[in-house]
Design a protein around this ligand. Structure first.
Ligand code: HAX
Length: 443
C-alpha cells in the first residue's frame, strides 16, 4: 500500500467513530430550518451536506482543510525552482488533512506518472466527436468513456464489503486524476493547434507536464499549478461538487460521477463564467473600436448587459459576500507578473466599477467578483487565447476536490441522496397557516 493510501486509511479509521456517534447519539439535533424561498430558490443556504475537505465562509472565503489560500500555498512542498506547490502534494493534503513531506509528495508524483497513460480508445472517442464540439463536452465524454476501467465496479461485482468502498474509489480517483492533464492537453491541441500533439515528459510533475503538453513555456507550469489548486474545492454545495457527490451517492463509480460533475461545471452560471468573462471583455473592446476604455464607458457597457436582462459574468456568488479570495490570489499574481498588461488593467477597471453598478442595480446579494472574473486574463497573457477551453482548466482543478470528496463519502458510508419534494399547493397551505398563526398572535 502506498504511503498516501496508508495515511488516508489511518485518517478514515480515526474519523469513522465521529460520524457514527453523531448519527447514533445526536441524529435528531436540528441544524437549521427550510423556508419556502429556499425550497423554490435552489436550496440556498440549506445545511444538508457534510465535508471536512474545505469550508466556505461568506466573508473570509475558502479554507482548504482549515488553511486559507495563502497558507496552503505557503505550507505545501514546492516544485524545485518554482513558486507554486506540487499538485500531487495538494492531493495528499486534501485527502488526509496533513501537509506531506517532500518525500511523500514525490511518491505521489511517481504514482501519478505510472497511472497517467490515456487508453487509445479515449483518443478514438475524442477524435470521433465533431471538431466543433465544446471542449467541455469532449472532456466529459473522455472521462465517461473510461468507465470500463473502474476498479470500484470490478470489486463491487466481486462482493466487496461496504467499509472497503473507499479503497477502489481512491484507486479510480487516482487513475482518473493522473490522466486529466493529458486528456485536457490532447483536446486543446487537437482542436486549436492543428492536431499536432506533444508527448508527456517523464521527468515532469502534474502541472509541469500539463504546461509541456499544452506547448506553453515557463512560468505557465506555475500558472497551471496555481490554477488547479485554486479551483479544486469550494465546499460541497456548488453545482459541480454537489453533482459529483449526488451521482456517487447511488454508488455510481468515480467515472460516472465526475463526468456528471463536469457537465454541471459547463453551465454559464458556474464554471463557464470564465469563458463568458473573456467573451464579454472582447466584445466590449470591439465595441470601443480602438477608443480607450474609461470608467464611464465600462459603466455604460455593464448597464447595457443588465438592461438586456443578462448577468454580468464573473460577479456575484451564492455564498460569498465579499471579493473571492481566489480572485485576489490571481490578481496578486497579475500585479507581480503582468502589472502593465492592458487586459489586466481593463479587468481591474471593471473591478473598480462593477460592484457599484451591481449595487445600484439592486438585485445581486453579492456585487463582488468571483474567481472567474480574473482567470482568463492570465491564460490570455501566456498565450491561451481560446477562451472556450478555459472551463476545461477549471475542470481539471475541480476534479481534485470532488474526487477527494467522494473517496471520503464512501469511507464514511454517506447515504444515497434523496431530499423530499413538496407540491406548490402544500407550500400555499403552509403559507396560509403561517398567516393564520400571525393573525391569532396579533389578536
Ligand atoms: N449580474 C446580474 N445579475 C445578477 C448577478 C450578476 N453578476 N448575480 C446575481 N444576479 C441577480 C440574479 O440573477 C438574481 O436575479 P433574479 O432575482 O431576477 O433571479 C438576483 O441577482 C439574486 O441573485 P443572488 O441571490 O445574488 O445570486 P444567486 O445565488 O442566485 O446566484 C450566481 C449566484 C453566481 C449564479 C450569480 O451571482 C450569477 O449569475 N453571476 C454571474 C455568473 C457567474 O459569474 N458565475 C460564476 C460563479 C462562481 C462559480 O461558480 N464559478 O464556477
Amino acid at each position: 500500500m502506498s504511503k498516501l493510501k496508508e495515511t488516508l486509511f489511518k485518517k478514515i479509521q480515526e474519523h469513522r467513530p465521529r460520524t457514527q456517534k453523531l448519527l447514533k447519539e445526536h441524529g435528531d439535533v436540528k441544524i437549521g430550518e427550510v423556508t419556502i424561498a429556499q425550497a423554490i430558490g435552489g436550496a440556498r443556504g440549506v445545511r444538508s451536506l457534510v465535508t471536512d475537505i474545505s469550508y466556505l465562509d461568506p466573508f473570509e472565503g475558502i479554507r482548504f482543510r482549515g488553511k486559507t489560500i495563502p497558507e496552503t500555498f505557503e505550507a505545501l512542498p514546492k516544485v524545485p525552482g518554482c513558486e507554486y506547490p506540487f499538485v500531487e502534494g495538494f492531493w495528499w493534503y486534501l485527502l488526509t488533512g496533513e501537509i506531506p513531506t517532500m518525500a511523500q509528495t514525490l511518491e505521489v508524483v511517481e504514482d501519478f506518472k505510472a497511472r497517467r497513460g490515456v487508453p487509445q480508445y479515449v483518443i478514438d472517442v475524442l477524435r470521433a466527436l465533431p471538431r466543433d464540439s465544446h471542449p467541455m463536452a469532449m472532456f466529459s465524454s473522455a472521462i465517461l468513456a473510461m468507465q470500463r476501467e473502474s476498479v470500484y465496479v470490478k470489486r463491487y461485482n466481486q462482493g466487496m464489503k461496504k467499509d472497503e468502498y473507499w479503497d477502489p474509489t481512491y484507486e479510480d480517483a487516482s487513475n482518473i486524476l493522473a490522466k486529466l492533464p493529458s486528456i485536457g492537453a490532447y483536446i486543446y491541441r487537437m482542436k486549436y493547434k492543428a492536431d499536432i500533439h506533444i508527448h508527456a515528459n517523464k521527468d515532469l510533475d502534474f502541472g509541469g507536464n500539463f504546461a509541456h503538453m499544452m506547448g506553453f513555456d515557463k512560468p505557465y507550469d506555475d500558472v497551471a499549478r496555481m490554477y488547479f489548486i485554486l479551483h479544486s474545492d469550494h465546499e460541497s454545495g456548488n453545482v459541480s461538487a454537489h453533482t459529483t457527490h449526488l451521482v456517487a451517492s447511488a454508488l455510481s463509480d468515480a467515472y460516472y460521477a465526475l463526468s456528471a460533475g463536469i457537465n454541471g461545471l459547463a453551465g454559464p452560471l458556474h464554471g463557464l463564467a470564465n469563458q463568458e468573462v473573456l467573451s464579454w471583455v472582447m466584445k466590449f473592446q470591439q465595441k470601443l473600436g480602438g477608443k480607450e476604455a474609461t470608467e464611464e464607458n465600462v459603466r455604460e457597457a455593464l448597464w447595457d448587459t443588465l438592461k438586456a436582462g443578462q448577468v454580468v459574468p464573473g460577479y456575484g456568488h451564492a455564498v460569498l459576500r465579499k471579493t473571492d479570495p481566489r480572485y485576489m490570489a490571481q490578481r496578486e499574481f497579475c500585479l507581480k507578473n503582468l502589472p502593465d498588461y492592458p487586459l489586466f488593467k481593463l479587468v481591474s477597471m471593471i473591478f473598480q466599477v462593477a460592484p457599484g453598478v451591481l449595487t445600484e442595480h439592486g438585485k445581486t446579494k453579492n456585487p463582488w467578483p468571483n474567481v472567474d472574473a480574473q482567470s482568463g486574463v492570465i491564460q490570455w497573457y501566456y498565450g491561451l487565447t481560446e477562451w472556450d477551453f478555459y472551463t476545461v482548466l477549471f475542470g481539471i482543478g475541480r476534479a481534485i476536490g470532488v474526487l477527494a470528496n467522494i473517496t471520503w463519502d464512501r469511507a464514511l458510508g454517506y447515504a444515497i441522496e434523496r431530499p423530499k419534494s413538496v407540491t406548490t399547493k402544500m407550500l400555499e397551505d403552509v403559507a396560509a397557516q403561517a398567516i393564520k398563526a400571525d393573525d391569532l398572535g396579533s389578536d
